[in-house]
Design a protein around this ligand. Structure first.
Ligand code: AMP
Ligand code: MG
Length: 329
């Protein structure tokens, strides 16, 4: 996708007017059906919907170049959730299969204002399953996506037509590339990435243009991801994790993993990642008490809406969007 211009961004300062446009109304109608499609699938599969925590003493440190937002909580520093990932393991231990619609805040770097894919405030649907491995939750993720595409196609044909969107309902299973295979394809297409680092969004976008259907990238190397993605005991240095990507150039849809849940392993991984274990008091205490092995993923609803509606930017996919550095309402 082409980069945005400053003029396009300035529109956001009057985003209260955008909500009244016909196009935005159509998108928001479709988005409401997307929410129903997601709940329809997960509820029918026996997941329990929970309320997400919004603030807490710590939050997800694995947010690429973004900064966390801080509030003063009665004299202590609390974080606004960059993701509620740390809370999911115990909820799944207790209830088996859970999900929540989780509002997240990430102070993304200024240059992301022009990518069309980064919001500062967004919502992800966080899913977690106890006693499931990462292959199990990849199956959940692909079925959830396919069901939601079908649901929207069935219920929003008029609105999709208004947007000129010919939405395909891609049938699972979706192909799985390993991280190493993804790097090879990128190198062949003129985008060399050093083994070991996170694939930048430009690389994801290129892969997403090359692939004819949604697909997974699995088995990221240690160091590119948070301490909570499990290292494969049989393949040291490789994580049991994945991203799900959209086709048609829309890039990342979701990230997920089997979770590291043994206290000693997590502390070791925190040290390797340069995270200070003393900051994660309650989380490590919880692991000492004991949680079940779990796997899960998070799928961003604005990016899903952008894909379904075929929008140029992610900020057309929610009312009152916040983009890095833009002082919008
Ligand atoms: P992550 O933990 O970074 O993998 O985020 C989980 C999911 O949330 C991603 O796969 C995206 O769909 C979505 N997401 C992450 N960051 C942003 C952002 N800045 N703006 C919009 N959606 C995001
Ligand atoms: Mg991700």
């Amino acid at each position: 996708m082409e980069k945005l211009t400053l003029a396009e961004l300035e529109i956001l300062e009057k985003s209260y007017l955008l909500v009244r446009t016909k196009r935005m109304k159509t998108v928001l109608k479709i988005q409401a059906e997307i929410f129903k499609g997601i709940r329809d699938y997960l509820d029918s599969e026996g997941f329990t919907e929970l309320l997400p925590p919004i603030i807490g003493p710590v939050t997800d440190p694995g947010i690429r170049g973004a900064k966390q937002a801080t509030i003063d909580f009665y004299g202590r520093e609390y974080k606004v959730m960059s993701s509620a990932i740390l809370y999911k393991q115990m909820m799944a231990t207790s209830l088996g299969k859970i999900y929540f619609f989780s509002p997240n805040v990430r102070l993304e770097p200024l240059e992301t204002a022009y990518t069309g894919r980064h919001l500062v405030e967004f919502v992800q649907v966080d899913v977690e399953e106890a006693h499931a491995d990462y292959y199990d939750v990849m199956r959940t993720a692909e079925r959830l996506l396919a069901h939601t595409l079908g649901y929207v196609k069935d219920n929003c044909s008029k609105q999709l037509e208004e947007l000129g969107r010919d939405l395909k309902v891609y049938k699972p299973p979706y192909p799985r590339l390993t991280y190493a295979e993804a790097l090879k394809i990128l190198a062949k297409n003129g985008c060399a990435i050093e083994y070991g680092v996170e694939i930048p969004w430009e690389g994801e976008e290129l892969l997403s243009k090359l692939m004819p259907e949604p697909f997974f990238i699995i088995d990221y190397p240690k160091g590119s991801r948070g301490f909570y993605d499990m290292e494969d005991p049989k393949r040291p240095g490789i994580l049991r994790d994945f991203d799900l990507l959209y086709p048609e150039g829309y890039g990342e849809a979701a990230s997920g993993a089997e979770r590291e849940y043994i206290y000693e392993n997590v502390v070791a991984r925190m040290r390797e990642n340069g995270d200070d274990p003393t900051k994660y008091g309650w989380y490590l205490e919880m692991l000492r008490v004991g949680v079940s092995p779990t796997s899960g993923f998070g799928i961003g609803v604005e990016r899903l809406t952008r894909f379904i509606c075929s929008l140029k930017t992610v900020w057309e996919a929610r009312p009152y969007p916040k983009v890095a550095g833009v002082y919008s309402p």
